[in-house]
Write a protein that binds this ligand. Structure first.
Ligand code: C2E
Ligand code: CA
Ligand code: CA
Ligand code: CA
Length: 277
């Protein structure tokens, strides 16, 4: 996989890592046919509570023997094997189906945010695929945000940029995820088809402890304002972090301080209770 002329010295740990990898790969094929995946939803809110809030859909795997397996473990395996295409189709459809159910229950001020993998960008005709899914559930395009990690933008092709721009023209919101970790040059920001920048939680956790991170965060916030990008800070766990971000003018936040990812049933009952008050 890494090319010819490369050798590796075998170690027992490699054996168990490889076994786990192939085991999960085989199990994932079964899981896709037996409904073993589900979505959790984590709110992204405006600090003053007024504007539209989003729910980020985060995929979970409920394995019959292993219990819940984390996406950080299985998404990379799904990406290597292209199973991410089938899984990703299910994720978008399920997220839209849930959004439609919430709409019909009267939650008109919520939107959904879905993570996309670089493999999906390369292999799906994103514009057609997303619009078909929205149409099928009778959802307006602006009810959907798509999160694409910064690293996907580094060697992005013109045709993918085209697809993203077509989606934006329809009203779909495009976000750069994990911003600050992907080593893209800042000037690239000016030309990318994006509306929202999600600052990686690393910056949030470091900024209250480390002056340099604080300064970088400050600059990102300022730059985004100048470029008319909305900023979401992810991974907010402490009041102190929230206060710092507010002082920097960042108004969209996500993190355990607000809520952990929750089941759709919990999200529904909580939001409906709030809007009834
Ligand atoms: P991400 O897109 O950056 O998602 C945010 C992760 O941070 C989630 O982990 C979330 O539970 C966690 N998180 C949220 N608030 C806090 C906080 O205050 N503190 C801390 N320490 N963590 C917080 P999760 O659900 O384990 O997902 C991990 C990653 O797996 C995601 O990172 C994303 O890259 C990937 N992933 C999850 N769901 C999907 C999906 O549906 N499709 C794709 N392609 N990737 C997904
Ligand atoms: Ca994300
Ligand atoms: Ca992120
Ligand atoms: Ca991440």
């Amino acid at each position: 996989k890494e090319g010819r002329g490369i050798y590796r010295i075998y170690s027992p740990e490699m054996g168990s890592t490889m076994r786990r990898y192939h085991y999960l790969l085989e199990e994932m094929r079964v899981a896709l046919d037996t409904n073993c995946f589900f979505l959790s939803f984590q709110p992204i809110i405006h600090v003053d509570g007024s504007a539209i809030s989003y729910f980020e859909a985060l995929v979970r795997w409920q394995h019959p023997a292993e219990g819940t397996i984390a996406p950080t473990e299985f998404i990379p395996i799904a990406e290597d094997s292209n199973l991410i295409l089938k899984l990703g189709d299910w994720i978008l459809e399920e997220a839209c189906r849930q959004m439609a159910a919430w709409y019909n229950a009267g939650m008109s001020k919520t939107r959904i945010s879905v993570n996309l993998s670089g493999i999906q960008l390369k292999h799906r005709r994103i514009h057609e695929w997303v619009m078909e899914c929205l149409d099928k559930m009778s959802l307006p395009a602006n009810s959907l945000m798509l999160e694409i990690t910064e690293s996907c933008f580094i060697d992005i092709s013109d045709s993918i940029i085209d697809e993203l721009n077509k989606l934006r023209a329809e009203g779909v919101i495009i976000a750069i995820d994990d911003f600050g970790t992907g080593f893209s040059s800042l000037s690239v920001l000016a030309n990318l088809p994006v509306d929202v920048l999600k600052i990686d939680k690393l910056f949030i956790s470091e900024a209250t402890k480390n002056k340099k991170y604080h300064k970088i965060l400050h600059s990102i916030a300022e730059l985004s304002t100048r470029l008319d990008l909305k900023v979401v800070a992810e991974g907010i766990e402490e009041i102190e972090q929230l206060e710092l971000l507010k002082s920097l003018g960042v108004v969209y936040i996500q993190g355990y301080l607000v809520s952990r990812p929750e089941s759709s049933a919990n999200v529904g009952s909580r939001v409906l209770k709030q809007s009834a008050n």
